[in-house]
Design a protein around this ligand. Structure first.
Ligand code: GAL
Length: 660
């Protein structure tokens, strides 16, 4: 991939006639589509009968596209193994937690750990890599499609024996497993690894360790599958490899991208849920640091299937999304899909072109994206996203702990997104970083909703604090061991000693009438909470009312040049939102972190080159807004000089402001 911006679409040429493919290519050129992604569901077309592989069709399509200035991301077709693989072979299929065996149809119906599946997947992938790996039009690879988006942990026999191997590897002896999981409880005790069940049907809940470990095992296995496919491709092709993922899927994204070359995600966030869209950009930028990410799929207007649909984006929103993505570090902005499906279960889905070859309701917006892409490309390729000073940790392992232990239906994605949204609303330039990311360059770190904080993470965060950083821990963080059990040395385990804090109680605070008082604001407190003894020296937030009246729910501890802030409970409701914002603002002010004076609904994505900063100012709520420039500037698009102070941005408009 070179220094340019891509504007692309998912394309399924195998579903259309030669004539239509020709028409499509012509229409793509008109719409400014310069990259397509193909092949991810085409296993049957590639290998209609077992062993009979013919890839000429795809080779020709890639060549034809390239002759017309359109590059290709090639996919491996493994989410949809053909009927010859599945028919009469229930043992090769995915089995869900209730023991239901999947049949042929839809997608992700096979077990990706099945040995025969792996063998056949390797064969088809190797053939594809050989056939297209060096074509000039081939600029990238996508492995499979949205791993574990419809399914999660498989319960088949293959998975069972791999599970036992995984446990042996992790624990060494079954005695250690018994000890770690506390299996004398309810007479779960195992005499051999082979006796350890999968968390399938049971009268009541499984042991937390069993559930969490099975999820982690499954995430590791799907990442290993991705690794092995990538390795095969690399034997024949230098083009970089990715996978199109997202947060809700049953994968550990940090682990998944570890052995891939660039990160990409799919998003169907509604216009109301901009925070989720922006958070993905701020997170995906950090799975492969220093390498631009891709938005591999998004709808031109609305997502839909036979069973449901979302509302169309207002005109103008698509361009706002695209410019935000490019400015926040995306190299590509791609649609699902190019031509509306005429069959299957997703016919109603928004697209660029209809099944009958005419522009869709989203089409004008696609043209607007293309016009914008051309205008901003010179600015994007000569700058890079500015290093933020605030980081919020994102962890798919934390997501797993919350799945096993959701209290009253807690959902990690929702919790972390609303936490993130507050940072955005304050105009603070931020990163969302995976658990193992380096903390270099940051001044303020938030670690909310991570029930298990690993020793490595604690050590890294404490070193960050010693060097002057502020680390805000919580809410809900630190109360579980890596085995998903309760600490027995202290409520928060070793964290307490390292920070010099002592938790008093942990208990569910929702509905207890507890009111938090901090930073001059008051709000009801909720969530499973950690409460501290009141001490003048450390208490920042106190509890009024409820069952721990007079105790502290926010405390501070100085370590080296920085401090650790323990946030023990979640301020809730509107007042809670305001209190949390106050807190974020307080610690970012204290750390001297600038915030952009920007109205709600408008964002600033700052980028830098050697000499100056460039602000991409984007209105995302369709209401227009203002932003205050800290210095005189030049409007990058009109070349006019602008004096410092407030400037306007119209509904869904964007501006490129060079602070020079
Ligand atoms: C994605 C998937 C696509 C298509 C799309 C529809 O999850 O990768 O194949 O189904 O959703 O929104």
């Amino acid at each position: 991939m070179g220094k340019r911006l891509y504007h692309g679409a998912a394309y399924y040429p195998e579903l259309w006639s030669e004539e239509i493919i020709e028409q499509d290519i012509m229409l793509m050129k008109e719409a400014g589509i310069n990259v397509v992604r193909i092949g991810e569901f085409a296993w049957h077309t590639m290998e209609p009968e077992e062993g009979n592989i013919d890839l000429d069709f795809f080779v020709n399509v890639i060549k034809e596209l390239y002759d017309n200035g359109i590059e290709t991301v090639m996919c491996t077709p493994t989410p949809t193994p053909p009927i010859w693989f599945t028919h009469g072979h229930p043992e090769r299929m995915y089995i869900d937690q209730d023991g239901k065996v999947m049949g042929h149809g839809s997608r992700q119906h096979a077990c990706t750990n099945n040995a025969y599946f792996r063998e056949k997947a390797n064969i088809i992938t190797e053939h594809i890599a050989k056939a297209v790996g060096n074509l000039p039009g081939l600029i990238g690879w996508q492995i499979d499609n949205e791993f574990k988006c419809h399914v999660s942990e498989c319960m088949c026999k293959t998975c069972k024996s791999l599970w036992h191997e995984w446990l042996k590897e992790r624990y060494g002896t079954v005695e250690k497993l018994n000890e770690a999981w506390g299996t004398k409880i309810w007479s779960e005790y195992y005499h051999s690894f082979e006796q350890v069940p999968q968390p399938g049907p049971a009268p009541f809940l499984h042991n937390s360790s069993l559930s969490t470990m099975y999820r982690l095992f499954s995430m590791e296995k799907i990442a290993e599958f991705s690794d092995s496919q990538a390795e095969l491709i690399r034997k024949y092709s230098d083009a970089p490899i990715t996978h199109n993922s997202n947060i809700p899927f049953a994968v550990d994204n940090e682990r998944l991208f570890k052995n891939l070359d660039f990160a990409s995600f799919d998003t169907y966030a509604t216009q109301e849920n901009k925070a989720s869209y922006l958070m993905n950009c701020d997170l995906w930028r950090n799975f492969k640091r220093g390498r631009d990410f891709w938005i591999m799929e998004t709808s031109t207007s609305y997502a839909a299937s036979l069973e449901s649909y979302a509302s169309p984006h207002a005109n103008g929103y698509l361009r706002a999304e695209a410019v935000a993505a490019y400015a926040l570090g995306a190299e590509a902005f791609c649609y699902w899909l190019w031509r509306q499906q005429r069959a299957g279960c997703e016919q109603p889905h928004g697209s660029v072109i209809s099944a009958w070859g005419k522009p869709t309701v989203g089409y004008q917006n696609v043209l607007a994206v293309e016009e914008m892409r051309k205008k901003i490309e010179p600015f994007i390729v000569t700058t890079r996203p500015k290093q933020p000073e605030v980081a919020v940790t994102y962890s798919d392992r934390a997501k797993v702990f919350l799945q096993t232990e959701p209290h009253q239906g807690l959902d990690y994605r929702g919790l972390i997104t609303s936490f993130y949204e507050r940072v955005v609303s304050l105009g603070i330039h931020r990163d969302v970083i995976p658990e193992n990311a380096s903390l270099e360059g940051y001044k303020l770190l938030f670690t909310p909703f991570v029930q298990y904080i690993s020793k490595e993470y604690i050590d890294k965060a404490i070193a960050f604090v010693e060097a002057g950083g502020t680390w805000v821990v919580g809410p809900l963080s630190g109360g579980r061991t890596g085995e998903h059990t309760i600490h027995t040395n202290a409520a928060l385990g070793d964290l307490e000693e390292k920070v010099g804090v002592e938790a008093l109680y942990t208990y569910p605070m929702d509905g207890t009438g507890a009111i938090g008082n901090a930073f001059g604001e008051k709000a009801p407190l909720g969530l499973w909470s950690t409460i501290f003894e009141y001490d003048e020296k450390t208490a920042v937030g106190t509890v009024e009312g409820g069952v721990s009246e007079g105790k502290a729910f926010i405390t501070e501890y100085k370590i080296g040049d920085g401090k650790v802030v323990m946030l023990g409970a979640l301020p809730i409701g509107e007042a809670g939102d305001s209190l949390l914002k106050k807190m974020i603002k307080h610690y970012s002010n204290e750390a001297d972190i600038p915030s952009q004076a920007v109205t709600n609904g408008t964002i600033v994505a700052p980028r830098v080159n050697e000499d100056f900063e460039t602000w991409f100012v984007i209105n995302m709520d369709g209401k227009g807004g203002t932003v205050t420039l800290p210095s005189n500037a030049v409007d990058g698009l009109s070349h006019e000089r602008i004096s410092k102070g407030e400037i306007n941005v119209g509904p869904y408009e964007y501006r490129v402001i060079e602070l020079r």
